[in-house]
Design a protein around this ligand. Structure first.
Ligand code: ADP
Ligand code: MG
Length: 688
């Protein structure tokens, strides 16, 4: 059997897998032999230093070798069936127990030698191990090594079964005729001192020693990251050589006028970023740039000038925001900066009447409108531009890559600027946004004071609210964010309603309290936001719908109920709603959690104001999966690479990938593997 065929063979191809087992394996995402081989161990157990029974420590996870002397089954008074297997070595006797697993007693016979791993319970007279992991010593010859893989699995598929099946697959892999080609070009394999693929796959499951295991892992991590980086580098290159985009002219009078009339002078990061954007726009290659900047760092004005530049060149600009509130806010900001200079702007959201929408679409099509700001409404099929030159998307991680692509498709290779306020750690950016150029605004506009942040238990709730009332008395406004309920927007909304009811009849009974949640109609939400914006509402009780971008400079207090439910990045986003004006601002994190990691997370928030540092911490504390919902960015999950641990390999693989895509001959060879590896998951990106 050729390797490719074995790889894609149904898992039933293996001996011992019938429909029942196949269904259980499917729960683990294993449908084919290849998927089994890529179901990598979660950790390993080094059984090379076995203990004697007499040396086993209570409460520890230990491994020892012993012979079965007796197998029995008894019934507990509650009707549980208990299998008890007694084993012995030269130092003593131990008892292995299983509840309601009668089949165990038929699996083993007295006289068999076992290798036993499990948590030790030392009782007065006996040593007991409940539900141990068992390996037959006979199957455990010198050849199979002493380092045992431990797989991620469920109750239904025990470790021993996964090990046995994987061993079978690995043996088939070894006896199959060598594949014609490694998945990587030979020069890459030798140039980077990599183990060959077959050997690496065998070793990752059944390593002979720790050193070869490290080598095998390095090979597989490299392969994964290299191929991903090839894909990304290819996209970038394709963009560069194949597409001829719009060549904007150097700045002329309009830009000069707008820039000299700004209400403030740009920070040096803003200036630098703007230079990078303008250079991209003046080039024939379509711009594909990511603009990262913490909340309040002043991305909007940068986008405004870029949009004005495309207008100066006779094109139209579009800006897409994830919510209506944000779209309107951006529209107002842009209009204030640009409309006085004769630029015509419009906002397109879902709430326009049919008639005014049709009218607006007409103006967008005939070029009567220069800049359109909008929500998803912008990417509907009937929205046509006369000549789209620049597309800006704000808070892009909320849009799928596909949505972004649909807006871009409305123009002939428009320049693209993607803005995000979620600072992305560098390693993450290289994997997720590897096809984009990156500009960063790190410094905040001058005069910003750090937001004083406190973490408090609910016993201090009354004092926290009293403080908020003092701020309202001083003329300020307050946000109260309700606990996050990820599973249900409905429950979350209900909790907001309850908290609103409570607070508006107690602490804030003398003040106008507003309520904002995801189950409200867009008009209702807008009315509440407008009332808060103009200062009529003093305390706004809200769910995370306020997370994104809302700008009310007079708000100085952010109280987050159930702060333990949020990740660092999200807390930071919420906190960014205050501290936007001249007044000193505060953020209070209410939580009763005693969980060590949570307490640490909240403590980090009180000490660090820099979103980039928080993002790095968040990534370390919660792992990449949590940091970014995978579905959102449309990139494949990494099977083995860990972008925190494997930064060095990532950088090496990235350099190699960049060289590869520059050589057509190399690219040709990687291309097939690329498509077969990532094709389905990656197609969204590849078809751009
Ligand atoms: P972001 O979109 O990055 O969260 P905004 O563009 O909304 O940030 O800017 C936040 C606030 O800072 C706005 O009120 C804006 O007018 C102001 N601002 C932006 N740049 C500067 C600057 N260079 N100097 C002073 N204020 C600025
Ligand atoms: Mg913004």
């Amino acid at each position: 059997m050729v390797i490719q065929k074995l790889w894609s063979a149904k898992i039933q191809f293996l001996k011992g897998v019938g429909p029942a087992n196949a269904a259980k394996l499917a729960k683990l995402g294993i449908l084919t032999v290849g998927q089994l081989l890529e179901h990598y161990p979660r950790r390993y157990e080094d059984r090379s230093n076995h203990k004697l029974i007499a040396e086993l420590t209570d409460g520890q996870y230990e491994t020892f070798r012993a012979v079965i002397i007796n197998i029995g089954e008894l019934k507990s008074h509650r009707g549980l069936k208990i299998v008890k297997v007694t084993v012995r070595d030269q130092s003593g006797v131990a008892q292995l127990t299983w509840f309601n697993q009668s089949y165990i007693k038929n699996k083993y016979k007295p006289g068999m030698e076992l290798i036993i791993s499990g948590k030790v319970q030392r009782r007065l007279q006996a040593i007991e191990i409940n539900k141990p992991d068992i390996e037959l010593a006979a199957e455990f010859n010198a050849d199979s090594g002493q380092i045992i893989p431990v797989y991620p699995t469920t109750e239904n598929t025990p470790q021993w079964q996964l090990r046995a099946l994987t061993r079978q697959a690995v043996e088939l892999l070894q006896t199959s005729p060598a594949p014609e080609e490694d998945s990587l070009p030979a020069e890459i394999v030798s140039g980077h001192n990599l183990m060959n693929r077959q050997q690496a796959l065998t070793t990752i499951h059944f390593p002979k020693n720790m050193q070869t295991l490290t080598e095998a892992r390095r090979r597989l991590v490299f392969e994964e990251l290299y191929l991903l980086q090839c894909g990304l580098a290819y996209l970038k290159q394709k963009n560069k050589y194949r597409c001829r985009g719009i060549k904007h002219a150097p700045d002329a009078q309009l830009i000069a006028k707008i820039e000299s009339n700004l209400p403030f002078s740009l920070t040096s990061d803003q200036t630098q970023t703007l230079c990078e954007i303008k250079a991209d726009m003046e080039d024939t290659t379509p711009m594909q740039r990511l603009l990262q900047g913490d909340v309040g760092s002043g991305k909007t004005v940068v986008a405004a000038i870029a949009l004005a530049k495309t207008v100066e060149n006779g094109y139209q600009g579009a800006m897409m925001a994830p919510t209506e509130i944000l779209a309107e806010q951006h529209y107002h900001t842009l209009a204030k900066l640009l409309a006085p200079h004769g630029i015509k702007l419009a906002v397109l959201t879902g709430k326009l009447t049919r008639k005014s929408r049709d009218q607006l679409l007409g103006h967008i099509k005939d070029g009567g409108i220069d800049i359109v700001v909008g929500t998803h409404a912008l990417i509907q099929d009937d929205v046509e531009f006369k000549h789209l030159g620049l597309v800006v998307t704000d808070e892009q991680h909320r849009f799928g890559v596909q949505q972004r692509a649909r807006l871009e498709a409305k123009g002939g290779q428009p320049d693209v600027l993607v803005m995000t306020a979620t600072p992305i750690p560098r390693t993450m950016a290289l994997t997720v946004y590897g096809d984009l150029d990156v500009s960063i605004i790190r410094e905040l506009p001058p005069g910003r004071q750090p937001i004083a942040t406190y973490s408090r238990g609910s016993e201090r709730r009354a004092r926290v609210y009293a403080f908020a009332v003092d701020q309202i008395k001083a003329g300020r406004q307050v946000y109260i964010v309700c606990p996050l309920v990820e599973e249900s927007e409905k429950v979350e909304a209900q909790s907001a309603v309850n908290i609103h009811e409570e607070l508006s009849s107690t602490f804030f009974k003398n003040y106008h309290c507003g309520l904002l949640h995801g189950k409200m109609k867009p008009q209702e939400k807008d009315a509440v936001m407008a009332a808060f914006s103009c200062g009529e509402i003093k305390a706004l009780i809200a769910t995370t719908v306020i997370e994104v971008g809302v700008n009310v400079p007079n708000a100085t207090v952010m109280i987050i109920e159930g702060a333990d439910r949020f990740g660092l990045a999200q807390l930071h986003q919420l906190r960014g709603r205050v501290g936007r004006g001249v007044h000193k601002s505060y953020c209070v994190l209410l939580s009763d959690s005693t969980n060590e990691e949570t307490v640490e997370r909240l403590r980090v928030m009180t000490e660090i104001n820099d979103g980039f540092i928080l993002a790095e911490k968040d990534l370390v504390l919660r792992g990449p999966g949590q940091f970014f919902g995978t579905a959102q960015h449309g990139m494949p999950d990494l099977k083995i690479a860990d972008i925190i641990r494997d930064t060095d390999i990532l950088l090496e693989a990235r350099r190699a990938a960049q060289q590869t895509v520059c050589s057509p001959e190399y690219l040709e060879r990687v291309w097939k593997t690329l498509k077969s590896w990532f094709g389905d998951k990656f197609s969204m990106v590849f078809c751009r």
